[in-house]
Ligand binder design. Structure first.
Ligand SMILES: N[C@@H](CCC(=O)N[C@@H](CS)C(=O)NCC(=O)O)C(=O)O
Length: 206
């Protein structure tokens, strides 16, 4: 049975779509918009009680949390993007938890107050604060990429790179955040130029 992905490309479901395209696996997209009209309807709350998208049904295994779904899919289907051994797997988990706890919150706040919120709700002070806060994790990422020769681990693009790049995506309208981060800029551009990324992000239509 094909993987069922619930969500829409213009949500964190893009992360799962990107991974599915990297792996070349069949999937079925079930359109569920974020919020009251979709993910918070009773029928979907019964599957993901958090009220968010994405969530997946992988042959009866229901998972939510976009980046955990990606770790699962990489483990299940293998190939170059998956960890080749326990050390690589542990590093992928480490970078994924780091992305969600250290990078995503300030990057998301930058995005919200740059273009996601309706204009009257954007607060320049909160954007400036987030731009400052995101520098710490970006510096960590820059150092890791320099040490890793342009990748996070193992000298190749893996699920760790994909999961972290999904959070750097939030800074796409804020090149000022990456001004002194040449390794991050190069790595991110290469990640987004991958055929699977292009195919998945094209589904967003933006
Ligand atoms: N940590 C979760 C966050 C999921 C999330 O917040 N999704 C948003 C869309 S990008 C959503 O469904 N929002 C609608 C809502 O919470 O009502 C993940 O990565 O999957």
């Amino acid at each position: 049975m094909a993987l069922k992905i619930y969500g829409v490309p213009r949500s964190r479901a893009i992360r799962t779509l990107w991974m599915a395209h990297e792996l070349g696996i069949p999937y079925e997209m079930i359109e569920v918009v974020p919020g009251a009209e979709g993910s918070r309807r009773a029928e979907f709350m019964a599957i993901n009680p958090n009220g968010h998208v994405p969530f997946v049904d992988d042959d009866g295994l229901v998972l939510w949390e976009s980046l955990a779904i990606n770790l699962h899919l990489a483990r299940k289907h293998g190939g170059k993007i998956a960890a080749a051994n326990l050390a690589e797997d542990s590093l992928a988990v480490m970078w994924t938890i780091w992305a969600v706890t250290e990078l995503e919150p300030p990057a998301s706040q930058v995005m919200m107050h740059t273009f996601m919120l309706p204009e009257p709700d954007r607060v320049p002070g909160l954007k400036a604060d987030a731009l400052e806060k995101v520098q710490g994790p970006l510096l960590v990422l820059e150092g890791a990429l320099v040490r890793g020769g342009g990748f996070l681990e193992s000298g190749r693009f893996t699920v760790a790179d994909l999961n972290v790049a999904c959070c750097v995506f939030y800074l796409r309208m804020n090149p000022e955040a990456l001004v002194d981060k040449p390794a991050v800029r190069e790595w991110y551009a290469a990640a987004m130029a991958r055929p699977a990324a292009k195919a998945a992000f094209a589904l967003r239509g933006d």
